[in-house]
Write a protein of this length. Structure first.
Length: 135
């Protein structure tokens, strides 16, 4: 199955491209604190792979929005382990897709940790995309 294409976008570029998108909206959509967005803007820190992949998915939604006003900001989440079950992918593929380590996935499976909001949001976006690709 060829669903393992993971593009990355700097989330700051979303703010520059879509004037209606505020820093607070971007932070909420990505599942991060607003201070993270401020740090990216000032180049004090860089967004993680997970955030860059989620930003890439959002970019596709925003670019293809057919109406003349901003889309509703979606903040739905999905347990990323559902992707393992629904698409019969390996832990390695899931880790690469989410920008996390295989060890992190093992911790989620064993109940030692829970995935962050940003990972759950990316999992939701990937699920929607992969359903279309495999559907």
């Amino acid at each position: 199955m060829s669903i393992a294409l993971f593009e990355e976008t700097n989330p700051v570029s979303l703010l520059l491209q879509f004037q209606w998108l505020s820093q607070a909206q971007l932070a909420d959509t990505l599942g991060v604190n607003p201070s993270s967005v401020s740090k990216w803007l000032s180049k004090a820190t860089r967004p993680s792979k997970t955030i860059q992949r989620l930003a890439s998915e959002l970019l596709q939604i925003y670019k293809n929005w057919p109406l003349p006003f901003p889309p509703k900001i979606e903040t739905a989440e999905l347990d990323p382990l559902q992707l393992l079950k629904n698409f019969n992918i390996s832990r390695d593929t899931l880790a690469e897709a989410l920008g996390v380590s295989v060890r992190a996935i093992g911790h989620w499976i064993n109940g030692q940790n829970k995935p962050s909001r940003k990972v759950r949001r990316l999992a939701h976006q990937l699920h929607k995309k992969w359903v279309v690709l495999t559907g």
